[in-house]
Ligand binder design. Structure first.
Ligand SMILES: Nc1ncnc2c1ncn2[C@@H]1O[C@H](COP(=O)(O)OP(=O)(O)O)[C@@H](O)[C@H]1O
Ligand SMILES: [Mg+2]
Length: 615
């Protein structure tokens, strides 16, 4: 490949890397990782299959041997049958041919089957490991990453690893063995002719090396773009109502196409390199063949070589280029696979920001102590909460009040240990959260959020999500306590009714009552409610109030709410402003003191319940 084309292609790829045809970088490129390191990282995943891999290796080694023998038979035919015009040798030769072909077929079958099986199982394990790893990561990771890109890595990029560790190794071995067998055969026939034929091989490898690097760059870009394509698609389709309501289909399509096109360009760049490479190697091969033919014919005229030998020599030689090309192809595919592997390793190297503790917390008594907690989100200078202290006694209810962005939900995330505080500590039953295992901590907490999280499953499954081993009776009891039983049995399939994606087949109030039932069945000593009635209309919020009270009774509850109804009954109200506690006390005390809370309260006529605090 001329230096000019090479430069142009590289420029092309760089251009794409920097900005893409459309500007912003949706998904950043993963840091490069050396091939050896990639191999080292993923090799352990083959452990359960090493036995089978060894067997498959045996088949892999067998097939070049059979191939070599079959080519050799050709010489026997020419020299023992054709040239002497002797038919007697024909029958055994034909039989041997037949036998070898049969053997090659059987070996091919087992080789194919076994390697597919091992590769499939390997990917199964790797994907499961990756998925499990993702679920172990802290919330901060998902704040930083695009969901679509994560999905692309889980599906597309994972598959590329296989070509590394399994088919990569298999191809390498089978091609190297072919090369060795064929070269030996060449030298066995005529060493001097063999030397002539090998003259061009270094030339081929030189060209190959130049191409491989370019292909790697292009592949990296292609994998990255496929991540951003899916990221855009996911985001765009998930918000389809917004897109359609604002007539933004056109610009969404454009955004999608921009990423799509960039992936296409990158893929074309590597195709150009590959396409250019093939005829180039063809030329070099021809050069080698001509040299051999010339020298061979000369040897033939001097009677130092039989016709059969020359023919079989030429055959071996033409077959040699196959494995050479195969090896080069392999480097290319390994380089493109390494782009996917890098994206996987980037995520696998992510450590959960929150480290699991060692102490197991049984069923907690139920006191929470938030002690001088300060926390800033990763990458943010300003703390979201600063020096916050308060305590919840067993069975008590504490309400957090404050404008939107005051840091209320942040405190909830700290309590569930989605993040750890930068300073201060949160203690449950006197134990620092950081010392407890995440599992036992979260087992003690039931959570109710504003946007109810429901899965596309039946109502029963959604309620039992709080405790997967719950019986049907327990599910029903929880639903009754949540005032949900009636509307559930009125549905076509009762508890077996599917709620649809994100619970679209239910109203907001119904969804929230299902969520209350879920929290109820969990029967945890701590209850956290983050704006459970926001987003519900007045009537719906009235109707969840009673089941919510039932849920709260006997549990230590932290409630964030704009509804004065729920807040007023709290044992303690903590008022937050810009992440700091500005007031604390009971409803009566705070109203009497005439501070922020009293202002909010006065603003909203107390006669008309339920009023809503601004926020
Ligand atoms: N995942 C996040 N990453 C960075 N900043 C965040 C994140 N979540 C919330 N914040 C910021 O932290 C502050 C407190 O947010 P939050 O606790 O959600 O407020 P509230 O629940 O009181 O409305 C806000 O300024 C908000 O912008
Ligand atoms: Mg909030």
């Amino acid at each position: 490949m001329g230096p000019f084309t090479q430069m142009k292609i590289r420029e092309r790829i760089r251009g794409l890397l920097v900005a893409g045809p459309g500007g912003e970088n949706i998904v950043a490129a993963a840091p490069p990782v050396p091939i050896r390191e990639i191999f080292r990282r993923f090799w352990p995943f083959t452990k359960p299959y090493r036995k089978w891999m060894a067997l498959s290796l045996f088949f892999i080694a067998l097939s070049p041997a059979i191939e070599t023998l079959m080519i050799w038979m050709f010489k026997v035919i020419v020299d023992d049958v054709l040239v002497p015009r002797d038919f007697s040798a024909f029958i055994p030769i034909a039989a041997a041919y037949f036998g070898l072909t049969l053997l090659a077929g059987i070996v091919g079958f087992f080789d194919d089957y076994l390697s597919e099986w091992v590769a499939g199982r390997f990917l199964l394990d790797l994907r499961a490991h990756f998925f499990g790893h993702l679920h172990g990561l802290s919330l901060g990771f998902f704040d930083r990453r695009r969901l679509g890109d994560v999905l692309a890595r889980l599906t597309g990029d994972v598959s590329t690893i296989e070509s590394f560790v399994l088919s990569g190794v298999a191809d390498l071995i089978s091609n190297v063995l072919r090369l060795i067998f064929f070269t030996c055969a060449l030298f066995y026939i005529r060493w001097d002719l063999a030397l002539v034929s090998l003259i061009v091989t270094p030339l081929i490898f030189m060209v190959a090396r130049r191409c491989a690097k370019l292909i790697k760059e292009a592949s990296r870009e292609r994998r990255r773009r496929s991540g951003s394509t899916i990221a855009v698609a996911e985001e765009s389709l998930a918000n389809n109502a917004l897109v359609q309501a604002y007539n933004r289909q056109g610009s969404e399509l454009e955004r999608f196409q921009r990423e799509n096109r960039a992936a296409f360009e990158a893929s074309m760049a590597s195709t150009r390199i590959r396409a250019l490479f093939s005829p180039l190697v063809g030329m070099i091969e021809l050069l080698g063949a001509i040299c051999v033919l010339g020298f061979g014919v000369w040897l033939l005229t001097k009677a130092r070589l039989t016709l059969g030998e020359l023919l079989v020599f030429m055959t071996f030689m033409s077959r040699m280029y196959g494995p050479i090309r195969g090896l080069i192809q392999l480097t290319n595919s390994i380089y493109s696979a390494s782009a996917g592997a890098e994206r996987l390793i980037e995520f696998l190297d992510e450590e959960p920001a929150v480290r699991d503790g060692t102490k197991t917390l049984g069923r907690a008594r139920g006191d929470i102590e938030v002690d001088g907690v300060t926390f800033a989100y990763p990458g943010h200078e300003l703390p979201a909460v600063e020096d916050v202290s308060f305590a919840v006694e067993p069975g008590q209810t504490v309400a957090l009040v404050g404008a939107s962005g005051a840091g209320k939900s942040t405190l909830v995330k700290l309590l569930l240990r989605f993040y750890d505080p930068g300073a201060g500590a949160i203690r449950i039953d006197g134990q620092d959260l950081r010392e407890l295992t995440l599992e036992s901590l979260r087992d003690n907490v039931a959570l109710l959020l504003q946007e109810t999280l429901v899965f596309d499953a039946t109502i029963r499954e959604n309620i039992a999500y709080g405790r997967p081993d719950a019986t049907d009776e327990e599910v029903e009891a929880a639903a009754r306590a949540a005032d949900a039983h009636e509307f559930i049995v009125a549905m076509p399939d009762g508890y077996a009714t599917s709620v649809g994606q994100k619970g679209r087949r239910l109203s907001g109030g119904q969804r929230q009552r299902i969520a209350i039932a879920r929290a109820m069945i969990r029967d945890a000593p701590f209850l956290i409610l983050d704006e459970p009635t926001t987003g519900l209309d007045t009537e719906a919020s009235w109707r969840v109030l009673e089941p919510m009270r039932r849920l709260m009774s006997g549990r230590s509850t932290l409630i964030i709410s704009h509804s004065l109804m729920t807040v007023r009954e709290a044992d303690l109200i903590v008022v937050l402003e810009d992440g700091r506690v500005v007031e604390r006390g009971t409803h009566a005390e705070l109203v009497a003191s005439g501070g922020t809370y009293a202002g909010l309260y006065r603003l909203h006529a107390p006669e008309h319940e339920p009023e809503v605090l601004p926020g």
